[in-house]
Design a protein around this ligand. Structure first.
Ligand SMILES: Cc1cc2nc3c(=O)[nH]c(=O)nc-3n(C[C@H](O)[C@H](O)[C@H](O)COP(=O)(O)OP(=O)(O)OC[C@H]3O[C@@H](n4cnc5c(N)ncnc54)[C@H](O)[C@@H]3O)c2cc1C
Length: 553
């Protein structure tokens, strides 16, 4: 029997990535519509009364501010390949919320945006990070409730995450290898509980042939592993591999996989569904995981037991890193400042914020997820491939519920502590405390379309339903769990899910072009990953965007 933990990322060999020279583009005419969303202090979103979000509004605000503008930024010289330490802006003028004219506006205070900002500031540029929500960190989010701490977003730092580890070292953010460990699963499928040892012969196991021997939580990997067409992490974009840009379910059917196996394999997918995810997207992730040591297809895709390399966790909570990165910036991050429109004219980029403020800069790093970028209006419109990628951006929803375990229910029924199921809650991970080894917390973790199905209920009702379902399956769990904190990434309108994935045909359509700069707008964020993944891909793409700008100055 295997142990798993719910988090999914680890490490790989890291290299300094130079900006792709082919990522130069001309402006074309696709228009991405803008809408306005403002977060309340508790993170819930409200729609303010709609003001005119087209060019007229932009012009009105701009005219009002015209007299307050700073001079246009001057060109910088590059000395020995590096920028001289003289800011383009001699002295940013003080405003209530920061200067109105800067060298670079960075949109989004996730790792990608913060890393880009740090690198550009290091070169002496005046950089303003603007963040839509009321906090920095984006998908690094630590929940804290009455002494209880839970990671709601990224948490595992791979052994070879060079950029993340370097940032931690520079900013005195601690790393520890002590993390919660997973426990064995009870399988619960179609209303019947089965021990893993009995799975291959169980009547509820409707898979056929050799599929019957694969535990349901290794099924997806076990099947895809045998067909992995490449080993290199950069091979997914090669023309010969584009034939795999088809639905993963379709690929499985073409290989003779049973419908029962496809349904079970879907549960562990970090994507909407096997029908809706490109097989190439899964192969990309699998090749990446192999670099980090995940080579045994008989081990679960996610979790502690599966990966060879040592992972670390950020001391005090994952959000300590973005908080330290933000604190180290010269200009404070502007929170509660969603960008709603971006206007490029001549050598200026004008950025309209939700409160009507306009920032003027020479360059922009757009480090918001494409799910959120789809609500920003660009004038002129972005190039066609990019506009297509933004309009078609798909993110895998994830909804989690964290509980404190108050009673050892597994001692009462003698079954494994964790549950893997095809019920609405999908997976319940009972975890061992990193210090004491005691099984004292549980994360109920739902991915993809399963998570989206939860998202229209309020949290109290969700928790009630999860507890009722767990107790129905295992009566010993009655009264054993105390809800502490939870989060839905699908409901966060500035992120829209746990990670970007490609739908069938999308790799071919726009993967190669979606990250190219559009004039003075440079793009970053995990959705633009090429080699890295998770946190490290955010850092990698932020770095690439910063280098692109440095090359231009
Ligand atoms: C549940 C979960 C578990 C994960 N586990 C791991 C893990 O263990 N290890 C790992 O390496 N990775 C993990 N990841 C992935 C990792 O957290 C992300 O890849 C990474 O943090 C993404 O960073 P980013 O900067 O690209 O995007 P984000 O962190 O999403 O930052 C984007 C920012 O842009 C802001 N924004 C959006 N729209 C606007 C706008 N209009 N104006 C201004 N700001 C805007 C958003 O509010 C957000 O703060 C996990 C993610 C999740 C959700």
């Amino acid at each position: 029997m295997r142990s798993t933990t719910p988090t999914s990322f680890s490490s790989r060999v890291t290299t300094m990535s130079a900006p792709n020279a082919s990522w130069k583009s001309t402006m074309a005419k696709a228009v991405v519509s803008a809408s306005r969303l403002l977060p309340s202090s508790d993170g819930a979103l409200t729609f303010p009364p709609v003001r005119k979000a087209g060019g007229l509004l932009f012009k009105q605000v701009e005219n009002a501010l015209m007299t307050l503008r700073q001079p246009i930024l001057s060109r910088r010289s590059i000395v020995g390949g590096m920028l001289a330490a003289v800011p383009l802006l001699a002295a940013p003028r003080g405003w209530a919320n920061g200067p109105q004219t800067v060298d670079v506006v960075v949109v989004g205070a996730g790792l990608a945006g913060l890393n880009a900002a740090a690198m550009l500031e290091e070169q002496g540029l005046v950089v303003q990070v603007v963040e839509a929500s009321d906090r920095v960190g984006g998908r690094l989010r630590t929940g804290r409730a009455e002494g209880y701490q839970a990671e709601l977003g990224g948490s595992e730092v791979g052994a070879l995450y060079g950029r993340v580890r370097d940032a931690c070292a520079r900013l005195n953010v601690g790393l520890t290898t002590k993390g919660a460990k997973g426990t064995d699963f009870l399988i619960h499928v179609d209303g019947t509980s089965v021990l893993p040892a009995d799975w291959s012969k169980s009547a509820v196991n409707q898979t056929r042939g050799k599929e019957r021997d694969f535990l349901p939580y290794i099924l997806q990997n076990r099947l895809m592993h045998d067909w992995l067409p490449f080993k290199q992490t950069n091979a997914w974009l090669l023309p010969e591999n584009l034939q795999f840009d088809i639905s993963a379910a379709e690929l499985m059917r073409s290989k003779g996989v049973s419908e029962a196996a496809i349904r079970l394999a879907d549960i562990d997918l970090n994507g909407a569904s096997l029908e809706g995810v490109s097989a190439l997207s899964i192969f990309r992730d699998m090749a990446r995981a192999q670099v980090e040591g995940f080579k045994d297809p008989n081990k679960p895709q996610y979790g502690g037991a599966s990966l060879a390399s040592d992972r670390s966790y950020i001391v005090g909570g994952a959000d300590m890193l973005p908080r330290a990165m933000a604190a180290a910036l010269k200009l404070p991050v502007r929170l509660n400042s969603p960008v709603i429109a971006v206007d490029q004219t001549g050598d200026q980029v004008k950025t309209l914020l939700g409160n009507g403020d306009v920032l003027t800069s020479r360059f922009m790093v757009m480090a918001a997820p494409f799910s959120a970028v789809s609500r920003i209006r660009f004038t002129p419109g972005l190039p066609d491939a990019q506009a297509d990628a933004i309009a078609g951006a798909r993110y895998s929803a994830t909804t989690q519920f964290h509980f404190k375990i108050n009673k050892p229910y597994w001692e009462k029924d003698g079954l494994p502590p964790s549950i893997w199921s095809n019920t609405s809650f999908e997976r319940a991970f009972a975890l061992k405390h990193p210090e004491t080894g005691a099984i004292d917390s549980m994360i109920v973790w739902v991915n993809g379309d399963g998570a989206t199905r939860w998202d229209d209920r309020d949290t109290a009702r969700q928790v009630e339903l999860v507890l009722a379902e767990l107790t129905r399956i295992r009566p010993s769990m009655a009264g054993a769990l105390e809800y502490k904190v939870g989060y839905s990434w699908g409901r966060n309108p500035f992120v829209g899910g746990n990670k970007h994935f490609y739908a069938p045909g999308q790799v071919k359509r726009f993967a190669a072009d979606m990250g190219k700069p559009a004039g003075r707008i440079h793009f970053a964020g995990e959705h633009l990953r090429r080699l890295e993944h998770g946190m490290e891909s955010a850092m990698e793409t932020g770095e690439a965007a910063a280098l692109e700008i440095m090359e231009k100055i």
